[in-house]
Design a protein around this ligand. Structure first.
Ligand code: NAP
Length: 256
C-alpha cells in the first residue's frame, strides 16, 4: 500500500460502490485522488478525495479534465486511471432497444476509451490503467446490452495495452461478479439469489475486495502485468457451468 505515496490517480464512478471504495483505498495508501462522477451529493467518502464532475460519455469533458490536470501539474503527472463508472441495462433480447445499446456502450465502453485517449498523454512510464469489466463480459448475460458493452471493454483494454505498452503504461481489466453496491441493490431479489447459487464461495463480494485488486494492479508490484483480466467473482466464471454438475454428483469426499 505504501507504494502509492505521492502518486496521483483519476477514478471514475468514484461517488458510489466500487469506484468509491477504490478512491478511498488509494487515498488511504497516500495517493492524491481525483474522484470523478456525475453527482456528489450522496457520496459517503467525499472529503478524503478531490471530487470532480465528469460525464465519462462526454469526450469534451475528458479533454477539459486533461487540460486542467496538465495546467496544474506542469507536465506529465498522472500515475493512473481507474474506469469504474458504469450503468446497467437489464432488458432481455426480446425487449432490448437501440437506446439500451447506445447508453450502455457510451458509458461502459466508449467512455473508458475516451478517458484513456485523453489522459494517457499525461502519464509517464510506469503508469497503470484499470478498467472495471464484469462477469457479464466473460459469459452470456441476460441483460444483453450491458453484457455486450462489457465484452467491448475487454477488447478496448487489450488494444490500449498494446498501444501504450511501448510507453511503459499498463492497461488491465478487473471483472467483478456479484458485489454488494447500489447497482446490485437495485436488481431483483431473484438475480441476487441466482448469483449466489452460481458462486462457489457462496456469498457476495464487497466493493473493498474489488478495490484491493485494482489498487494492486495500479502499483509497481504489478509492473509486468498488462493486457490481461482478473476475475474478482468468488469463482462465478471459473467453473464454467461445472458447479451444478458437481452438485448433482454429490459430495466430493465419501465421508461428507
Ligand atoms: P454504482 O454503485 O452504481 O456506481 C457507479 C457510479 O458510476 C455511480 O456513482 C454512477 O453515478 C456513476 N456513473 C454512471 N454513469 C456515469 C457517467 N456517465 N459518468 C460518470 N459517472 C457515471 O455501481 P458499482 O456496482 O460500484 O459498479 C462499478 C463498476 O463495476 C461498473 O462499471 C459496473 O458495471 C461494474 N460491475 C459491478 C458489479 C456489481 O456486482 N456491483 C458487477 C460487475 C461489474 P449515478 O449513480 O449518478 O448514475
Amino acid at each position: 500500500m505504501g507504494s502509492h505515496e505521492g502518486r496521483t490517480y483519476v477514478v471514475t464512478g468514484a461517488a458510489s460502490g466500487i469506484g468509491a471504495a477504490t478512491a478511498a483505498a488509494l487515498a488511504a495508501a497516500g495517493a492524491r485522488v481525483i474522484a470523478a462522477d456525475l453527482a456528489w451529493e450522496a457520496a459517503p467518502r467525499a472529503g478524503e478525495v478531490e471530487p470532480a464532475f465528469l460525464d465519462v460519455a462526454d469526450a469534451d469533458a475528458w479533454v477539459a479534465l486533461a487540460d486542467r490536470l496538465a495546467a496544474a501539474g506542469g507536465g506529465p503527472a498522472l500515475d493512473g486511471l481507474v474506469n469504474a463508472a458504469g450503468i446497467t441495462r437489464r432488458a432481455r433480447l426480446q425487449d432490448v432497444t437501440a437506446d439500451d445499446f447506445a447508453q450502455a456502450f457510451a458509458v461502459n465502453a466508449t467512455g473508458p476509451a475516451l478517458g484513456i485517449r485523453a489522459l494517457a498523454p499525461l502519464m509517464p512510464g510506469g503508469a497503470s490503467i484499470v478498467n472495471v469489466g464484469s462477469a457479464a463480459g466473460a459469459t452470456a448475460h441476460y441483460g444483453i446490452a450491458y453484457g455486450a458493452s462489457k465484452w467491448a471493454l475487454r477488447g478496448i483494454t487489450k488494444s490500449a495495452a498494446m498501444e501504450l505498452g511501448p510507453r511503459g503504461i499498463r492497461v488491465n481489466l478487473v471483472s467483478p461478479g456479484f458485489i454488494e453496491t447500489p447497482m446490485t441493490a437495485s436488481a431483483p431479489e431473484a438475480f441476487r439469489a441466482a448469483n449466489l447459487e452460481a458462486t462457489p464461495l457462496g456469498r457476495p463480494g464487497s466493493a473493498e475486495e474489488v478495490a484491493a485488486v485494482i489498487v494492486h494492479l495500479l502499483s509497481p508490484e504489478a509492473g509486468f502485468v498488462t493486457g490481461t483480466e482478473i476475475a474478482v467473482d468468488g469463482g462465478l466464471t471459473g467453473h464454467g457451468g461445472g458447479l451444478p454438475i458437481a452438485r448433482a454428483m454429490g459430495a466430493a469426499h465419501p465421508d461428507e
